[in-house]
Design a protein around this ligand. Sequence first.
Ligand code: IMP
Ligand code: MG
Length: 178
Amino acid sequence: MTAPEPLIAADVISARVDELAARIDEDYAGVDEVVLIGVLKGSFIFLSDLARRLSIPRRIEFIAVSSYGDRESQDPTGAVRLIMDVRHDIVDAHVIVVEDIVDTGHTLDYLMRTLEARRPASLKACSLLQKPDRLEVDVSIDYLGFTIPNVWVVGYGLDWAERDRTLPYIATISPAPA
Ligand code: IMP
Ligand code: MG
């Protein structure tokens, strides 16, 4: 495997996170509180940058799922499973799910359906990255950072088998793992 090759520089990410935070601030102006639900582990750096740039009142929750995408489980069915739930009720809350990347869309689709069933006041999705070429389910992303080609990316929270998660920028590794 080659060394990670920079794809999106730290200052470019930072400028985009500013823009997303400004849009969220505008869209939720006047709302009591927004609940940001970070999807572990990949979103933790994006979530922490985004959350600190918002001006609106906000609360942080985390959720964790396991999917075919976890190289450890290799589940061929594409099934997504909740492995850690949020700590508080989200009924009547204004919720934004914060993802690192939408690949096939199965994870986000599962999360949105699961959370919608709990009757939040509103539910939106925010993802730093999306690979449109890989989409298998029709999910809508209300706040999207960047679209990228079908390559495996690491850094800024994203990993390959736990490696390169804390790189300050987003990089590609090749050959892309299966
Ligand atoms: P999906 O369910 O296929 O949309 O995949 C979602 C999950 O797969 C993401 O939240 C990531 O955890 C992981 N994933 C997909 N593509 C990448 C990548 O290029 N780098 C790191 N993780 C990825
Ligand atoms: Mg993820």
